[in-house]
Design a protein around this ligand. Structure first.
Ligand SMILES: NC(=O)c1ccc[n+]([C@@H]2O[C@H](COP(=O)([O-])OP(=O)(O)OC[C@H]3O[C@@H](n4cnc5c(N)ncnc54)[C@H](OP(=O)(O)O)[C@@H]3O)[C@@H](O)[C@H]2O)c1
Length: 259
C-alpha cells in the first residue's frame, strides 16, 4: 500500500516500465504524496506521452521534471527546479529507478557498453543523491519525531537487481550473462552501502531494492512479474522500512538478498 508513504518524492526514469508504474501507484494511492516529481529524459517526446496523460490527470500532484541521469548538468538543473517547487525545501524520498541494460555477453561487450552503462546506472544515482541531499536533510530537520528512520522522513532507494548479487552469481549467471549490467549494479550496491554509512548520522535511510523479474521493455515479455504487482510489493516494502533496513538489499517481497 502506498498510502501515506511520504509527503514528497522524486522518481527517476518515470516515463515507462517500473518508474511509470511507481508514479501511477503513488499518485493513485488513498493518501498520495503532496508532490511527486517524475524525472524523465524527454518530457515533451513521444516516449513520455503516457506520463504526460497521468500528470494531466493528477495536475496538482505530479510534476514532470527533465532529468537525464547520464548528464551531470541535467541532474543539477533538475535539483534546482525541484528546489524551487518545494514549498518548505524538504523532499522525503528519492527513488533512483532509471537504468539501462544492453543485454550483452562478454564477446559483445566493449568499452562503450561498459562506460555508458556505468554512467547511467552508477554515476547518475550517485549525483542525484548528492545534489538532492540538502532537501532530504531539510526534511529530517522538519520531522516531528527526530528518532528513527523511514521513507516518511528521508530516504534514498536505489533500484538494483538480483543479478548484482556476487554470492548468487553461480546460480544466475547462465540465464543472464550480462557483464556491463551486473558489474554496474554491484557498484550501485556499494554506492548504497557507502551512502547509508555516510548519512545515517543525518537520519537518512539508504537501501537497494530488487523489483523482481518484471515484464517491461528491459525485463521482456517472458518475465513472470507484472509491473503492477512488482510496484505494489516495492511500495509496501519501502513504506515499512526502518533503521534496521539501512544499507540492505531487499527484494520486492521484503526478502533479504546476499551481496
Ligand atoms: N525489468 C526487470 O526485470 C528488472 C529487474 C531488476 C532490476 N530492474 C531495474 O529496474 C529499473 C527500471 O527498469 P525497467 O524494467 O522499468 O526498465 P525499462 O522498461 O527499460 O525503463 C527504463 C527507464 O529508465 C529510463 N532511463 C534510462 N536511461 C536514462 C537516463 N539516462 N536518464 C533518465 N532516464 C533514463 C528510461 O527512459 P527512456 O524512455 O528515456 O529510455 C525508462 O523510463 C532499472 O534500474 C532496472 O535495472 C529491472
Amino acid at each position: 500500500m502506498a498510502s501515506g508513504i511520504c509527503n514528497s518524492v522524486l522518481v527517476t526514469g518515470s516515463n515507462r516500465g517500473i518508474g511509470l508504474e511507481l508514479v501511477r501507484q503513488l499518485a493513485e494511492s488513498p493518501s498520495p504524496p503532496t508532490l511527486i516529481f517524475a524525472g524523465c529524459r524527454d518530457p515533451a517526446g513521444p516516449k513520455a506521452q503516457e506520463l504526460r496523460g497521468l500528470a494531466q490527470k493528477h495536475k496538482d500532484v505530479i510534476a514532470i521534471i527533465q532529468l537525464d541521469t547520464s548528464s551531470p548538468a541535467s541532474i543539477s538543473q533538475a535539483a534546482k527546479t525541484v528546489g524551487s517547487k518545494l514549498k518548505d525545501g524538504s523532499l522525503n524520498l528519492i527513488i533512483n529507478n532509471a537504468g539501462v541494460n544492453v543485454h550483452l555477453e562478454l564477446s559483445n561487450t566493449g568499452e562503450k557498453e561498459m562506460v555508458d552503462t556505468y554512467r547511467t546506472n552508477v554515476v547518475g544515482p550517485m549525483l542525484v543523491a548528492k545534489d538532492f541531499l540538502p532537501y532530504l536533510r531539510k526534511a529530517v530537520s522538519q520531522a516531528a519525531d527526530q528518532r528513527g528512520m523511514s521513507c516518511r522522513k528521508a530516504a534514498v532507494i536505489n533500484v538494483s537487481t538480483l543479478l548484482s548479487s556476487i554470492q548468487k552469481c553461480p546460480e544466475t549467471f547462465a540465464m543472464a550473462p550480462m557483464y556491463a549490467y551486473r558489474i554496474s549494479k554491484v557498484t550501485l550496491n556499494m554506492l548504497t552501502k557507502c551512502l547509508a554509512e555516510d548519512v545515517k548520522k543525518d537520519g537518512i535511510l539508504v537501501m537497494a531494492i530488487h523489483p523482481g523479474w518484471v515484464r517491461t521493455d528491459m525485463g521482456g515479455q517472458e518475465a513472470p512479474v507484472l509491473p503492477v504487482d512488482s510496484v505494489k510489493g516495492m511500495l509496501k516494502v519501502i513504506s515499512s522500512l526502518t533503521e534496521k533496513d539501512n544499507g540492505t538489499l531487499l527484494d520486492w517481497e521484503g526478502n533479504s538478498i546476499p551481496w
